[in-house]
Design a protein around this ligand. Sequence first.
Ligand code: CO8
Length: 258
Amino acid sequence: MAYETLIVEIEDDVALIRLNRPDAMNALNSKLLEELGDALAGAESNDKVRCIVLTGSDKAFAAGADIKEMSEKSFVEVFTSDLFGAGTETMLRCRKPIIAAVAGYALGGGCELAMMCDFIIAADNAKFGQPEINLGVVAGIGGTQRLTRLVGKSKSMDMHLTGRFMDAAEAERSGLISRVVPAAKLVPEAMAAARKIAEKSALATMAVKEAVNRSYETTLREGLLFERRLFHALFATEDQKEGMNAFLEKRQPQFRDK
Ligand code: CO8
């Protein structure tokens, strides 16, 4: 399907979704978020897709919500339309793993979008920030909550209150991202990680997502119980037998998502 604000390619079991508003540093407007929701729903229901990579350009993953689009809106308009709320829901519901591949700016809603993915691989030129304070507002799609959980209160407060940017090295040190790679290798590296995930049993990758995400929502005791039950439940699958037998027989497993 052709989109106005995205380029979507499917290759080797991986959907590569590229944000594509080059004139506006990939700022997130309603159209882009609507199309992103559609592309993610399409990837989720497509049997040929086992993992998703979300990326931008080499200059910007996304420089935030579209300031031009929202600057004149009233409280009633943003409240009643649930501005950006619905557009991001599909991403949170997606059961297939999503990797954010971030080069350049990931600011405001762009940083929040990256944090909504399952993990972030960044180019060495990446810059993360929550500069909404400079616009007289605060983050609105999870920045105060997710950044705080990822990097801790002190650094999160620093980022939100000063509006400063964090480079890739600081982001890796702080736990915001999983790895830093040279800018030219960003998409190949993210695609390689996605292909590796695509080789696993989808039953196990879904279980990983559910269990890790649950750690944000519940107590340690409940989370440990949830994880143990998922572990037990996977013994009802053919893929568990295949995975363990393949190890014992010193061969590669052939998972069938059964
Ligand atoms: N919105 C709209 N247009 C943008 C945005 C944006 N967020 N960011 C950049 N652009 C546009 C610029 O206006 C410019 O367009 P034009 O050429 O037509 O003037 C073009 O992109 C290139 O930008 P610059 O000339 O500014 O490029 P620089 O290299 O000088 O600077 C920066 C790049 C640092 C990224 C700079 O553009 C910048 O600071 N952008 C704004 C960053 C920002 O404040 N982001 C936060 C936005 S608010 C937000 O994300 C809230 C999310 C939660 C909403 C939830 C609602 C419920």
